[in-house]
Design a protein around this ligand. Structure first.
Ligand code: ADP
Ligand code: MG
Length: 304
């Protein structure tokens, strides 16, 4: 059974459909990346699934129980950091941990968690949260999300505004915790931030889920392109189309053919020769992953 399951979730803001029939699940112990451009509906989906916001239709189940607006009983084993952590300016890191633990933890457990999340060091100590850097606040937010021993932690854009070093540290922390069996759902508008972290990827655009895959599957898709210049590029496009290949005119007086099984530089050369075209240049280029994501997003919007 999935740990978290969203089925056909829809949500309107006035006449605007912010979530359109959203379905996906999070399996125990997996790190799932929820990726989509700004305004795609990531925060809305996260607020709905944590009972922070009403939704119009559909169902959310977590750990076998239905999640409903403001019914938090089902959510005891779900930690979250959505938008900004609820941090009190005059509390120290430890004050926050004690406050959010709500008697559910003994002091030793709290200290262990503080150590694990790196909020026990000299930097933190007796300092009040109002003096924390963004990275320190983010760390504390994650520690708070963990304090009640959750099975799932939901983090909304946890890398936002962090410097590269803090991003690496947060990533390492998430990996360590996932190694202990905690599942994560993490949103980002950048594939790059999550591609080395997430086990699974859910891509959302304009309130619709347009792709669910393992990250490995997603990263291996359509990553290469063959760029070819011939004596007659229009004829090359025609020949490629006739072969059923995905082809487009390039911007540099060349033809772009998407690599797939059986479609590689050699096959393109053979096809050109067959069509009596002179090949002037041919290269295989790797498509940058953000570009790949943009392609997936634009494919979806042209189809819609
Ligand atoms: P993301 O987190 O992916 O950037 P959001 O879930 O915040 O996107 O927003 C999705 C869409 O819903 C956006 O167009 C946003 O403007 C709209 N939206 C979000 N919250 C509200 C709200 N409370 N009232 C009206 N529109 C909203
Ligand atoms: Mg958001």
């Amino acid at each position: 059974m999935s740990l978290l399951e969203l089925r056909h979730l829809s949500k309107h803001f006035g006449s605007y459909k912010a979530l359109d029939n959203v379905s996906f699940s999070v399996e125990p112990g997996r790190i799932v990346g929820l990726i989509g451009p700004n305004g795609a509906g990531k925060s809305t989906a996260m607020r709905a699934m944590t009972g922070l916001m009403r939704f119009d239709s559909g169902e959310v189940t977590f750990d076998g129980q239905a999640v409903k607006f403001s019914k938090t009983k089902a959510l005891a084993k779900m930690g979250n950091l959505i938008e900004y952590p609820a941090i009190y300016p005059n509390f120290t890191a430890e004050d926050h941990m004690k406050y959010y633990a709500m008697d559910s933890k003994d002091p030793e457990d709290i200290h262990e968690l503080m150590k694990l999340t790196g909020i026990d060091g000299d930097n933190f100590g007796k300092r009040k949260a109002k003096n924390f850097s963004l990275g320190m606040k983010q760390r504390l937010g994650i520690a708070i999300a963990l304090v009640r021993k959750p099975k799932l932690v939901i983090l909304d854009e946890p890398m936002n505004g962090l410097d590269p070093q803090s991003v690496r540290e947060i990533r390492a922390l998430i990996q360590k915790l996932a190694g202990q069996g905690i599942a994560f759902l993490i949103s980002s508008h950048l594939l790059d931030e999550l591609q080395r972290l997430a086990d699974d990827v859910v891509i959302i655009n304009k309130g619709k889920i347009i792709r669910r895959a393992t990250m490995a599957e997603f990263l291996s898709e359509d990553k290469a392109q063959i760029k070819v210049k011939t004596s007659d590029n229009h004829a090359m496009v025609k020949a490629a189309e006739a072969a059923g290949w995905q082809v487009a005119m390039g911007s540099e007086d060349d033809v772009l053919i998407t690599a797939e099984e059986g479609v590689n530089a050699q096959a393109v050369l053979a096809k050109a020769t067959e069509a009596n075209l002179e090949v002037q240049d041919i290269q295989t280029a790797t498509v940058n992953l953000e570009d790949h994501l943009m392609e997936v997003l634009s494919e979806n919007s042209t189809r819609a």
